[in-house]
Design a protein around this ligand. Structure first.
Ligand code: HEM
Length: 352
């Protein structure tokens, strides 16, 4: 590989690692498994390409006379790349390991984002324009193809090898998540996307259904259990999954009772904290507002008196402490921001 080909290849793979890593947050159904495959391929190809880079720069690091300030920066960058690669591999091999109070997956994502920002800034400031041979040279092309094949082979062999060795990674879901308390009712982890922790909702809490509907509804929480059931897997981006029997009322049933206006296409599900997510009308009809899990009333930590159950979506879209369902003509561009700022409101912090 030419030096510039190697450096641009590394930058491209880091960018792919970040893009596919972020995309994993939105891939919760088996149809999205390719996102995790793409992520593993980008990461493995990066590890292989790093060998070319190290062959070039290690002699420079070894020779004291050739060391300068850039050597130190290079070593820091190398440490960061290795930390990202090792943390990703530890997670996908060794199970739900934690470091300093956070899961290895958390550290992996945070370090991966830091690496990507650093590498992309570096490429912008110091990157040298690739020349013809960096892109079109036959040997260059063959080496890149061999890297791709090597990464693909490693990815294909990973699961069978893990099963043979009996390591925890063999038990993880296609999302990289590990089982936590499936079919145990409320006894699975209570997590929050950022830090929502409202006070328990008062008895007599009402769920409203409003917006583009013919008959707005206000239903007392105790009347929300209509016996509709769903067995679904909550798969948290924090790295655990839990399959449970959920019971409550189907969102489709509530939308029919309220009578959706013609032309309305989107449904927002809004938490007491202001946290919200929006779904297309057809998708929303298949969701459940759960009041019970595994036959037990939902605990406060799991979103009592009712939370959304959204099969095939990552856990952060399973809105907890649901207060309001709104029907709209348009999607909700503010939903993503709401998932962050809700934790900084007085209600979200539990201060009022
Ligand atoms: C530039 C940055 C990144 C690189 C080079 C990278 C690389 C890797 C590697 C090598 C693995 C192990 C794959 C396997 O063994 O199957 C991995 C796993 C994983 N990474 Fe990243 N990653 C990066 C950033 C991110 C980010 C930003 C996120 C999330 C926002 C993320 C989410 C994940 C997840 C969920 C897994 C576990 C997948 C599984 O177990 O199959 N990564 N990553």
């Amino acid at each position: 590989m030419t030096p510039r080909g190697t450096d641009w290849g590394l930058a491209l793979l880091v960018a792919l690692g970040l893009a596919s890593g972020l995309a994993t947050w939105f891939a919760g159904s088996p149809g999205g498994a390719w996102v995790f495959g793409a992520h593993a391929l980008a990461g493995t190809a990066l590890a292989l390409l790093l060998v070319f880079k190290l062959r070039r720069v290690l002699p420079r690091i070894g020779a004291r006379a050739r060391r300068d300030r850039r050597t130190l920066r290079g070593l820091l960058a190398l440490g960061l790349v290795l930390a990202v690669l090792v943390s990703g591999t530890v997670w996908s091999t060794a199970g739900r390991v934690g470091v300093a109070g956070f899961t290895v997956l958390f550290w992996h994502a945070a370090l991966g984002a830091l690496l990507a920002v650093g590498v992309l800034a570096h490429a912008r400031v110091r990157g040298k324009r690739p020349r013809g041979p960096d892109l079109a040279d036959r040997r260059q092309f063959l080496t890149a193809a061999a890297l791709g094949v090597g990464a693909f082979a490693a990815w294909q062999l990973q699961r069978p090898l893990q099963r043979t060795l009996g390591v925890p990674g063999a038990q993880r879901r296609f999302t990289g998540s590990y089982d936590a308390g499936s079919f145990t009712g409320n006894a699975f982890p209570t997590t929050s996307w950022v830090a929502d922790r409202p006070r328990p909702l008062v008895r007599g809490h009402r769920l409203t259904v409003a917006g583009s509907v013919q008959r707005p509804l206000a239903i007392v929480a105790s009347e929300l259990d209509r016996g509709d059931t769903l067995t679904a897997t909550l798969d948290c981006t924090g790295g655990f999954f839990s399959t449970q029997h959920w019971r409550g009322v189907s969102l489709g049933r509530l939308l029919d009772e309220a009578g959706v206006e013609p032309g309305a296409r989107h449904v927002r599900v809004i938490s007491r904290t202001g946290y919200r997510w929006s779904f297309g009308l057809d998708d929303a009809r298949a969701l459940l507002l759960a009041t019970h899990v595994g036959g037990e009333p939902l605990s406060h930590g799991h979103g009592a008196p009712c939370r959304l159950v959204a099969p095939g979506r990552r856990g952060f879209q399973w809105v907890k402490w649901v207060e309001r369902v709104e029907v709209h003509d348009d999607p909700d561009p503010g939903a993503v921001a709401s998932t962050v700022w809700s934790s900084f409101t007085a209600v979200g912090r539990g201060a009022s």
